[in-house]
Design a protein around this ligand. Structure first.
Ligand code: HEC
Ligand code: HEC
Ligand code: HEC
Ligand code: HEC
Length: 131
């Protein structure tokens, strides 16, 4: 709901001295709703500013993988599908084979796994790894 929609509902007649208790409460609720929607908008812009690179190049001995991050974000609005830790740090910082399973293993599981599941997106080695 847009802030303008909420404001538009307040008729000029409601602002005169004849305001009942119920109307007063309604106004308080409206002010709260407007404040809430502003907070939501503010937090949305914070997320939008930290979307990371649109194109990500993942180097591998098998061949470079060109990952279209922006296109994947558009198809899947839930960032935590991939960023399962809930933060947007580089996967490689953890997935080095000591702190967490190797990048190769988790990328294959996550990337290929979803493509197989959705029957959409590359599943063959050379469709992802470009020499
Ligand atoms: C389909 C999987 C996927 C989705 C969905 C996804 N990301 Fe990513 N994101 C990645 C991968 C892979 C990287 C590269 C990490 C690496 O190089 O180890 C990355 C990198 C990033 C980075 C840069 C991290 C760094 O420090 O280098 C940010 C920021 C980021 N993503 C934010 C987001 C946000 C915000 C969303 C949701 C709007 C999102 N991502 C959705 C897979 C995804
Ligand atoms: C803060 C550290 C951290 C970051 C960053 C991180 N992971 Fe993980 N991840 C882990 C740990 C620890 C595990 C193993 C325990 C678990 O399953 O939660 C794991 C497990 C996984 C698994 C399941 C592996 C299996 O064999 O079951 C996948 C898939 C995965 N991560 C993908 C990713 C991707 C893709 C990214 C980046 C978008 C990423 N992770 C970023 C720590 C991290
Ligand atoms: C949650 C599901 C999901 C995950 C996770 C995912 N993909 Fe995809 N990917 C898709 C879908 C769906 C398509 C096909 C889109 C189409 O053809 O319209 C796709 C397409 C692609 C394509 C073809 C080019 C393009 O972007 O359309 C490449 C390359 C690709 N993915 C690489 C990756 C890599 C690398 C990862 C892991 C870092 C990954 N994907 C993770 C869903 C996913
Ligand atoms: C959906 C895309 C995708 C498909 C399909 C895929 N890979 Fe990968 N592969 C990746 C990604 C992403 C990485 C991780 C690169 C990184 O560490 O940043 C990777 C990593 C690797 C690595 C590790 C490379 C290194 O330098 O450590 C090898 C080897 C590999 N893949 C082989 C294969 C083979 C063989 C197949 C076919 C059976 C295959 N891959 C299919 C995306 C894919």
């Amino acid at each position: 709901m847009k802030a303008e929609d909420l404001c538009g509902n307040i008729e000029p007649s409601e602002t005169n001295s004849n305001i009942t208790l119920q109307e007063e409460n309604m106004k308080k609720i409206l002010v709260l709703l407007i404040a809430l929607s502003l907070v939501t908008l503010a937090s949305m812009s914070v997320i939008a500013n930290d979307k990371g690179p649109a194109e990500i190049t993942l180097e591998a001995s098998m061949g470079t993988v060109n990952f279209n991050h922006a296109a994947h974000q558009e198809r899947n609005s839930d960032c935590t599908t991939c960023h399962h830790q809930g933060e947007f740090t580089n996967c490689h910082t953890c997935h080095d084979g000591t702190a967490a399973p190797k990048a190769k293993k988790v990328f294959h599981a996550s990337c290929k796994g979803c493509h197989v599941e959705l029957k959409s997106g590359p599943t063959k080695c050379k469709e992802c790894h470009i020499k």
